[in-house]
Design a protein around this ligand. Structure first.
Ligand code: ADP
Ligand code: MG
Length: 140
């Protein structure tokens, strides 16, 4: 057992389309515990800083605009191999490439409006969790 934590975000389309409940059910059914959660409407500064690694990509401006278009649900998931498990449950970035049964296959509208974010490595997870959540206050 390699217990890990990872950051998940239910993106604006997922919140607006009423998929929070099912997304949480998918995580819990897969054995991932919800270790922290917060619903927020990100500012452009916050979304821009969170996605700083993508700042040079053409899609960056569109991504920041989209991620600030409505509330998002920030989640810390915890469980065995949580980083990889969450990525499996999410499916590929492009819903046309996402495997059957994945969250993005079910709900994503496009490569951009793709319902969920998930950390892509243990290092990303540590950085992303620390960006949104405080060890002293939010996480036990
Ligand atoms: P993932 O979220 O699967 O880890 P990336 O880290 O490559 O994917 O991209 C971050 C986010 O940027 C994607 O989830 C998506 O919202 C957006 N994005 C990536 N590529 C595109 C694209 N070609 N067109 C529109 N949005 C994109
Ligand atoms: Mg990514």
């Amino acid at each position: 057992m390699a217990t890990e934590r990872t950051l998940s975000i239910v993106k604006p389309d997922g919140v607006q389309n009423g998929h929070i409940g099912h997304v949480l059910t998918v995580f819990e059914a897969a054995g991932l515990r919800i270790a922290a959660a917060r619903l927020v409407h990100l500012t452009s500064a916050q979304a821009g800083a969170f996605y700083q690694e993508h700042a040079a990509r053409p899609v960056y401006g569109e991504l920041v605009d989209y991620m600030t278009s409505g509330p998002v649900l920030l989640l810390v998931l915890e469980g065995d191999q949580a980083v990889a498990r969450n990525r499996e449950l999410m499916g590929a970035t492009d819903p046309a490439q996402a495997a059957d049964g994945t969250i993005r296959k079910l709900y994503a509208e496009s490569k951009g409006r793709n319902t969920v974010h998930g950390s892509d490595s243990a290092a990303s997870a540590a950085r992303e969790i620390a960006f949104f959540f405080s060890q002293a206050f939010d996480l036990t």
